[in-house]
Design a protein around this ligand. Sequence first.
Ligand code: 13P
Length: 291
Amino acid sequence: MSLVNAKEMLVKATEEKYAVGAFNITNLIQMEAVVEAAVNKKAPLIIQTSVTPSKFLGPRVLAIVYKTLAESAPIPICLHLDHCTDVEYCKECADAGYTNIMIDASKQAFQENIKQTKEVCDYCHSIGGISVEGELGTVSGIEDQVKVAEDEAALCDPEQALKFVDQTGIDIFAPAIGTAHGVYKTKNPKLDFDRLKEISDLINGDEIKVPLVIHGGTGLQPDVSKKLVSLGGSKFNVSTDLKHALIDATHDYISSHRDEYNPGKIDIAVRDAIINRVYYWINILGCEGKA
Ligand code: 13P
């Protein structure tokens, strides 16, 4: 149906109180699997790549495969560059055909974060049709090249959030509210729901201007995930879960077919495992049938 940027689909999601799954993929089988799952559930979709797989596969290759899949899919799909700390690489991916770019300057001082984020926004907006995600505060854990120790993680200050949004011109906003990348050490991580609500009210109280992003989806319990969505999170990032699905499915298939040398069958096992995980998240996020 359509190649869309994230903002278009997320304003609708915020208004209707569901979230769009933003799934990090590391190869093309995963990309096809997340599309197949979303098509089957008639759900809007954000495909994400971190910087390492983006560089490994090449942004133009990824963008062309995305375009081919999205143009023939009956759902809106966005291709998003995740947690990129390099302004120039953000611009390269925008030129290549990504429709949403995340500049992650959250480890920088506030003014420098604003400066870098604004530079990416100005560039992407000048090309047209590309939206930009920025982050304030830091999400602990490891996401590709971005590593934040637990004691380094800082939650997003609501007043600063308002300034950040105004001064950068970002389209979607990731406030750090206590979620973490990777597997949580505890079943009940300490999340600051009130902070999310305050930020949501401050930024989107009158009308939905800048949809909010929840990072660190893997390991959040269904009721917690739903609560984050009800408080204004409309882009919900899941990465580690799909990496586990890929590796576990590969391991299980090879372990039980040790004498078989048919890579296509491993691909099918991986695809099916990914599809199942995407179904799981679509169900929790409430985006089935929203395409
Ligand atoms: P998880 O790896 O914890 O799912 O986090 C994903 C994410 O936030 C990507 O930006």
